[in-house]
Write a new protein. Structure first.
Length: 177
């Protein structure tokens, strides 16, 4: 049986992972970090976590394969998927593969812990209209492309089919965090 205060963190962003790890350790968790599926498999050889937080995009890998492997390793493990590129399709697949929750970044240890607590779901959750505006969707797409191009403005503008100056103006209005 897994220790309920053990967590495996699968995240390729070392700074974000270190911050989350410190935060969870302050809450009394024993945390191990893995930056890839291979590191995760090696960690699971001698570590039995009850919880997992998995980044959806691990470099060029998909975190969904980690979710599937973690669920196969221990079906009782509570798995939360973290992503900066949220979509309905990946949320559905994550849940089908064994995740109990799906959170958009930025998420902190409090958000993740709350997601673990809501693993059973809540049928009384109110249904509401999607509040995402066109400008927000555009911003999310720009940020996703910036990450893909390693924050190269010229290449991002080319891939998005816009002039470099137009992209620069949009970025000045809403800076990248």
């Amino acid at each position: 049986m897994s220790d309920p205060r053990r967590l495996i963190l699968i995240e390729d962003d070392a700074k974000f992972a270190a911050a989350l790890q410190r935060s969870f350790e302050r809450k009394g968790y024993e945390v191990r970090h893995a930056a890839s599926r291979e590191q995760m498999a090696a960690t699971l050889e001698d570590f039995r976590p009850g919880f997992a937080a998995v980044d959806l995009k691990l470099g060029v890998e998909s975190g969904l394969s980690c979710v599937e492997a973690l669920h196969a390793h221990d079906p009782a493990m509570l798995i939360v998927v973290l992503t900066g590129f949220a979509s309905i399709a990946t949320a559905v697949e994550a849940i089908k593969l064994g995740a109990c929750h799906y959170l958009a970044k930025p998420a902190n240890s409090d958000d993740i812990e709350a997601a673990f607590a809501k693993a059973a779901g809540d049928a009384s959750t109110p249904i509401s209209a999607r509040s995402t505006s066109i400008k927000t969707l555009e911003w999310e797409r720009i940020h996703e492309m910036l990450v893909e191009t390693d924050f190269n403005i010229s290449e991002t503008a080319r891939r998005l089919g816009m002039h470099r100056r137009t992209l620069a103006r949009k970025l000045e209005k809403r800076p990248v965090k």
